[in-house]
Design a protein around this ligand. Structure first.
Ligand code: TYD
Length: 136
């Protein structure tokens, strides 16, 4: 059963204003989970690759709040590359998806909204183990 179709771009509300635009996100309203944690990647050096893991329970929304980067999602059967370059689009990543982030532009900021607190035991960091679990 392929899960890759569950990885979707969500268009977020955008309040257009000549003083500057505004986007907001409410848990369970604009995204399918409550937000327990927020983190962000910044000062990413050229050529760097982040991610390289999957989560058993955690769901995420990944947003390029500034600049751009790619997210490659993999459900153990299929892979898909998303290019994120707008502050009002988020990529929803459900459970049990291997993700990698690359192609970061200069000054890119990757904002992540997460459904769970940080818990290392929720991570699958070994790709062979991920394939075993994903293909069960
Ligand atoms: P990691 O999840 O491997 O980074 P990424 O997937 O974005 O490339 O996290 C890198 C380090 O930061 C790792 O030692 C765990 C720590 N960390 C926290 O302590 N809390 C957090 O919420 C996150 C996301 C990471």
């Amino acid at each position: 059963m392929t899960k890759i179709i569950e990885c979707k771009i969500i268009e977020l509300p955008k309040v257009i204003d000549h003083r500057g635009n505004l986007t907001f996100i409410e848990g369970k309203k604009h995204i399918p989970f409550d937000i327990k944690r927020v983190y962000y990647l910044y000062d990413v050096p050229g050529g760097a690759v982040r991610g390289g893991h999957a989560h058993k329970k955690l769901q995420q929304l990944i947003i390029a709040v500034s600049g751009s980067f790619d997210v490659i999602v993999d459900d153990g059967y299929d892979k898909k590359r998303f290019h994120l370059n707008r502050s009002y689009y988020g990529l929803y990543v459900p459970t049990m998806i291997w993700r990698e982030l690359d192609n970061f532009s200069t000054g890119a900021v990757c904002l992540v909204l997460a459904s769970e607190y940080y818990d290392e035991s929720d991570y699958i960091r070994d790709y062979e183990e991920f394939l075993r679990l994903a293909r069960k």
